[in-house]
Each structure stands twice: as C-alpha cells, then as structure tokens.
Ligand binder design. Structure first.
Ligand SMILES: CC(C)(COP(=O)(O)OP(=O)(O)OC[C@H]1O[C@@H](n2cnc3c(N)ncnc32)[C@H](O)[C@@H]1OP(=O)(O)O)[C@@H](O)C(=O)NCCC(=O)NCCS
Length: 169
C-alpha cells in the first residue's frame, strides 16, 4: 500500500535495490534512455556515500525494505548553472499510477528550494504519457523538443524538455 511507503534519501544499503529497479525499468525499453545498471553495487554505494548534499539528491521510496522507486536530482555543475537542477525518476511497474511519483517529486522540490535551486528541468520521451501527465499536474511546462532524438522499438520518438521555476509549491 502506497501510504506505508517511506520516501527518504538513499543510504548505502539501498545500492542493490536502486540498481535492480533501474535494470527492471531499463529492460522495459520504453520509459528511460538508460537501459540498465552501468554501475556495480560497489560503485553505486560509493556514489551514495560521496554525494554532496548541496549538489545532489538521491531519494528512494521503500516499501517494507524494498526499493520501489528512486529519484535523482543533480544541480547544474557550472557557476552559471547553479540555479538549475535536472531530475530523473522511476518506479517499479506495480507501484505506478498511485501518485508515488508525485510524492518523490514534491520531496525533491523541497530539497531544491532549500539549497537555492530556482529552476528544475527534465527530459522525457514524448510517448511517455503517464510521466508527462504527472509533470504537467505539478506545473512543469514544455520548453523544448528535439525531434526524433530517440529510436524506440524502431520508431523515432521526440524528446521533450520540461521545466518548472521556483517557488515550487
Ligand atoms: C513516470 C512515473 C515516475 C510517474 O509516477 P506515478 O506515481 O506513476 O505518477 P502519478 O500516479 O502521480 O501520475 C501518473 C499519471 O498518468 C496517468 N496514467 C497512468 N497510466 C497511464 C497510461 N498508460 N496512459 C496515460 N496516462 C496514464 C495517471 O492516471 C496519472 O494521471 P492523472 O494526473 O490524470 O492522475 C512512473 O509512472 C514510472 O516510474 N514510469 C516508468 C519510468 C519513467 O517513465 N520515468 C520517467 C522518465 S522521464
């Protein structure tokens, strides 16, 4: 049940769960560009341990100890981009459509506001209607489109860039 799901920053113990989730969602082939874990569990652990909390947020949604969702928000690395952050997120298939994505994204927006981010951007396949519905519901607007940027199952798919400016509430 979604109400009992805990949303919080990832700990090193979440490394295998995050990689498993990304492998499952990557193998679906249609939602995210990344098709599977590029990292070992040890590398993921080190990433979690070493991340700078002013620059980088990695959240998990945990149901009875299992990672069922994850969200990563990364602040612009260059001085001219410090006011921006990009976000990516994914849930295991059984946990979609229950507003858990909204919970994760709202938690990340609170972090963004705390560290002083003014603009959150994201990239989404134009065919990913559930994701686009969520982003629009939370106030993200389309600000760019790269036509045919991806080829998915043989078909060309546009990439949409969406963004939201602070205040994020
Ligand atoms: C995108 C994702 C994070 C959204 O989280 P979520 O908890 O499922 O989102 P929500 O339940 O808050 O909202 C999803 C919306 O899509 C709708 N929806 C669900 N399935 C749908 C479908 N097959 N077609 C169209 N809309 C659909 C829901 O009804 C809801 O719309 P609403 O605003 O009218 O209620 C999640 O679905 C997911 O992990 N998808 C796979 C990975 C992915 O796409 N990541 C994002 C890449 S940019």
């Amino acid at each position: 049940m979604v109400a009992s799901v805990v949303v919080e920053p990832a700990g090193v113990e979440d490394a295998p769960g995050i990689l498993h989730l990304m492998a499952v969602v990557g193998a679906e082939g249609q939602w995210i560009a990344n098709e599977g874990p590029a990292m070992t569990v040890e590398q993921q652990r080190r990433l979690i341990q070493g991340l700078n909390p002013q620059d980088h947020l990695l959240l998990v949604a945990r149901a009875e100890g299992t990672v069922v969702g994850t969200l990563e928000m990364v602040r612009g690395p260059l001085p001219k981009m410090r006011h921006t952050a990009t976000v990516g997120m994914a849930l295991l298939p059984d946990w979609r459509g229950q507003r858990l994505g909204e919970r994760l994204l709202r938690a990340a927006e609170r972090w963004a506001a705390q560290v002083g981010v003014e603009k959150i951007s994201l990239s989404v396949f134009a065919t990913n209607l559930p994701a686009i519905r969520l982003y629009r519901r939370l106030g993200y607007v389309e600000e760019g489109r790269r036509r045919g940027q991806y080829r998915i199952a043989g078909a060309l798919v546009d990439e949409l860039w969406m963004a939201k400016w602070s205040p994020f509430d």
